[in-house]
Design a protein around this ligand. Sequence first.
Ligand code: AMP
Length: 668
Amino acid sequence: MSDWEDEYGEDEGAISEPSVVHKATSKATSNTNIRNEYFGGKRGGKVEREGPQWRNWRERDREVKSPVERPASNRALTLNLDNSLIGRVIGRGGATIRELEQSSGARIKINRGEHEGEVLIFGNSDVQQKANHLIKELIGTGRASEPRLHYGSKSSGSKSDSCWSESAPQASAVSPSTSIDWKAIRENRGKYEALKWKDLPPLKKNFYIESDSVAKRSTDEVRAWRKENNNIFVDDLKEEVKREIPNPVYTFEEAFACYPEIMENIIRVGFQKPTPIQSQAWPVILSGLDLIGIAQTGTGKTLSYLLPGFIHMDLQSVPRDKRGGPGMLVLTPTRELALQIETECNKYSYKGFKCICVYGGGDRRAQIKIVTSGVDIVIATPGRLNDLQMNELINLRSITYLVLDEADRMLDMGFEPQIMKIILDIRPDRQTVMTSATWPTGVRRLAKSYLKDPMMVYVGTLDLAAVDTVQQTVLVVQEEEKKAYIFDFIQNMEPEDKVLIFVGKKIVADDLSSDLCLRGIAVQSLHGDREQCDREEALQDFKDGRVRILVATDLASRGLDVHDISHVFNFDFPRNIEEYVHRVGRTGRAGRSGVSVTLVTREDWKLAGELIHILERAGQEVPEELVLMAERYDKHQKEKEMFPAQSRGGRAQRGARDRFRGGSHRRF
Ligand code: AMP
């Protein structure tokens, strides 16, 4: 385990395996028996549920549409092949398997025996069939023979074990030298897509009626408005012919005059005017276009996608109760953020839309119960949703409005494979909105893969926006002095102050909060090792002001919306400068000003230069020691380049080890 926090909650991190995979032990197991074994035997009894006893949405649909039994696809679909063919499925260094997984969305595992082996295909039945077909294409080009295929399996290995042994010689008769025709496989993928999505109801996307006042705005006026409002920049990412970029709305009425219930909600909540991102995003999203919003939490980005999403769902041609699943999905990196979005959703409760939050660490059974009883909006962390999807407990085909919230953070946390699998089950003509605080290559790639001809709205500049509502103080200190600094800071807190203290490791969060408790100071802590209910309580206590000090890991650096945090104290410097900006942005919110105090030790020298850049851009004081530190680091880097051999084994190696231990998939 890393010294830095290494694990998410139950599924905040990447779940690489479907969580429930059972193999049948009897080759003659009937479909019905397979299901009974799974739900009755292996899981220790049925999930108790009111109303009709569906185990998943497919089953419910079958009940309505057709009595035909299908194999339960939370089981592996198994192909028995001889070893020469298994080798081809694997490919050099696993390359073919990876390509197959990517093309199909299934997860593939190989069990090799002496002469033959099993290819186990996991996932829902669509992706299993897709992978099965691709494998057949791969190994059987130009041949009539079928690989042996069944659900569940004998334990793999010897030839005589195969329950499909008759066809074995045919499958293994293929020349191993047949080359893989990826072109044909890709073409077939297109055919699959078309088949998969036929029979879907038509989709409506454009609900925008531009008011006269908005239409009349001149180009110069709009340009000036964008400059004054956080320097908003809008771009059309459609290649070739560019479209007209909608003018911003200045008032709620200009966006929602035709939707009185939305207006009522806004009036009830008491907001004065749209935030800059809302002004520019609403006309784009309401027009049915995909949108990328580069904006931080605190800018009003959640409402910028929620309100148009409500209208989108409400005005689809198929009534809500006939859709067979949710209409809106919001994917978000952490439970805290998911819960926060849920609160926003419920605050504006539009036309009684039912919303559920699906996240790791939450009560899985309860979540399944709500999901299967019918919801309109699902707000989920990718790990848990992928788990429900793989077990066919949620129908994603009905989703027409998809939001990828804080995309950069989701990538940072290693969720890309889950996102990919989830999106494979969502209709491709959906409307997609993506938000991100930064615009690195990974996020661009995600946008290119999953959004169609999007418009992009940047709030602030594209590179890291310096937080200009926060007075930032940086103190260069020794590691062993840090506690004295924090105790001194706390002693000098005013009664109305509220401080969020960031630490790098879970153990430091525990250590520091118990030290403070021992001194009789009321404090809460938030990190990934705490039970979900404790995390929620800690946050609530801090929000409500029952405690005014919260010690947290970077779990709290993004997204947490507590308006009245007066101070951010960086006890440990974050591991990258983006995280610094996110942490500091927890204060100075909703028009208030804030203060940040950051302790920097010589261990943090490699980020000194970037920190100076941020401070300078925000017009903050740059301490002399920080400049010296940055210069020393630059010098050290130059020496390393000139004399690489000398630095081997020293700091460089430690750095590599730390990177390895911390990993790029950070867990808080
Ligand atoms: P977000 O960026 O979505 O995390 O929003 C931060 C906070 O701003 C949330 O508490 C919202 O309720 C609030 N908010 C959203 N829109 C507005 C608005 N137009 N005026 C004032 N506050 C808003």
